[in-house]
Design a protein around this ligand. Structure first.
Ligand code: GAR
Length: 197
């Protein structure tokens, strides 16, 4: 049976686009909802343009009460009946309570070669450390930040004249290849790690 995939994002949604566009033909999954915590997220229009339902649950009215925000997010997700939840540039840290409701069904993409550089500013940190390669990771989401079982990684070289922006652009190209590849396997029930290139 075709799997239903909900995607959470906060920004431009280029990873969401790569996921939605990959789910065609004999792909075992289809997008059922794209949801954001941010009304201004560019990804919402891109999802609507692709005929995918969209929703917004703004985190701001809930202030520090992350659980209250997540309860509303969860309720909207339940309406869409997803089998798989993909975080794609969703820039809110999720509580253990939310994660436990979706654990085993929730994926995230992170712009570093985990376990290196959990959290923010990954590209600047890789450059500051003098690393010669960087990359991205798709992993299952567990309560600890950027720490779940790794399902795929893609590496890129770091060039001597790289800036955080130039490196981010090179990594993002790989994100758009890696995340759809992992999602497809995951939807088929296969958790074998993918290493690119
Ligand atoms: C991507 O680079 C993704 O890896 C990163 O945000 C960007 C979203 O871009 N995610 C994180 O940093 C999560 N901690 P997009 O909106 O164009 O897909």
């Amino acid at each position: 049976m075709t799997k239903r995939v909900a995607i959470l994002l906060s920004g431009s949604g280029s990873n969401m686009v790569s996921l939605v566009d990959s789910m065609t033909g004999d792909h075992p999954a289809r997008a059922c909802l794209v949801m954001s915590n941010n009304h201004d997220a560019g990804g919402l229009q891109k999802a609507a343009d692709r005929g995918v339902d969209t929703a917004v649950v703004d985190h701001r009215p809930y202030g520090e009460d992350r659980a209250a925000f997540e309860d509303v997010l969860h309720a909207r997700l339940i309406e869409a009946r997803p089998d798989i939840l993909c975080l794609a540039g969703f820039m809110r840290v999720l509580t253990e309570g939310f994660v436990s409701r979706w654990q085993g069904r929730m994926l995230n993409i992170h712009p570093s070669l985990l376990p290196k550089y959990r959290g923010l500013n990954t590209h600047a940190r890789a450059l500051d450390a003098g690393d010669t390669s960087a990359g991205c990771t798709v992993h299952e989401v567990t309560p600890a930040l950027d720490d779940g079982p790794i399902l795929g990684q893609a590496q890129v070289p770091i060039h001597p004249d790289d800036t955080p922006q130039s490196l981010a652009a090179r990594v993002l190209e790989q994100e758009h290849i890696l995340y759809p590849a992992v999602l497809r396997q995951f939807a088929e029930g296969n958790r074998q790690m993918i290493a690119l290139p």
